[in-house]
Design a protein around this ligand. Structure first.
Ligand SMILES: [Zn+2]
Length: 241
């Protein structure tokens, strides 16, 4: 089995990263079928690998609920995530790659680069906090600050929002967003949202309004920009407001 630069098998690194990705911020238990889907592997072979990782102390089984990374498993997962995201930054910022082309490269390189190379890249880049898709980069010490964002699908009409995070895996979708003038940091107004899973219409400065399908709008993490307050006298606010 091919070994990564830090002595784990590539498969182990891919499993740890996938479990971390599926578990989310709250470290939910991850089910075998979801993991099999994410890795595009049959549930039967996933089960075998999970037994091994459990024996190695990288994850624990929760009866009827799935698996969860141990502290060691999480630390190793975050190390792979850091390598991946630093690589993506380096490819876009230093080598001129488009944001839609870096994920596939980083998937390959994340197993091959040494920690020293990654840390040199991070240094040259000035320790970026986010990757080109807006995902937070874990620190060297394995800390990660996940921003609390709201999916575009849930941003209220009439609100000014900023695109902060997009999924990095679908290059076609990223190209589409680029064609609309959307990238991480773009601000826009939510102009309309149709009921019954209808589209969300946004307005970008200097462009005609554009309608985005709800499935796409659900994958776009946004931060809401409160309108500048028109200096309301504080003592006129009702109590508890
Ligand atoms: Zn990526």
């Amino acid at each position: 089995m091919p070994q990564s630069s830090v002595g784990l098998s590539q498969a182990t690194e891919d499993y740890l990263k996938a479990i971390y990705g599926l578990a989310g911020d709250q470290e939910r238990a991850v089910q075998t079928t979801d993991l099999a889907g994410a890795l595009a592997i049959s549930p039967a072979s996933v089960s075998g690998m999970l037994r091994r990782l459990s024996k190695d102390g990288l994850l624990s089984h929760l009866p009827y609920r799935g698996v969860r990374l141990t502290a060691t498993g999480r630390r190793l997962a975050l190390r792979v995530v850091r390598r991946h995201r630093i690589l993506e930054c380096y490819l876009t910022n230093r080598l001129g790659y488009d944001w839609n082309a870096v994920h596939a490269e980083a998937e390959r390189l994340e197993h091959a680069v040494s920690d020293e190379l990654v840390e040199r890249m991070a240094l040259v880049l000035g320790d970026p906090p986010y990757d080109p898709h807006g995902a937070p980069i874990p620190t060297r010490d394995g800390e990660i600050a996940v921003p609390s964002l709201i999916p575009l699908a849930e941003v209220p009409i009439g609100t000014l929002a900023e695109l902060r995070m997009v999924d990095d895996k679908d290059a076609e979708r990223l190209r589409y967003l680029t064609s609309l003038g959307l990238e991480v940091g773009t601000r826009f107004e939510v102009v309309d949202r149709q009921p019954f899973d209808g589209p969300v219409t946004i307005g970008l400065p200097g462009r005609p309004p554009v309608a985005l399908g709800l499935a796409l709008a659900r994958t776009l993490g946004c931060r809401i920009h409160e309108p500048e307050p028109r200096s309301p006298p504080e003592d006129s606010l009702p109590a508890g407001a």
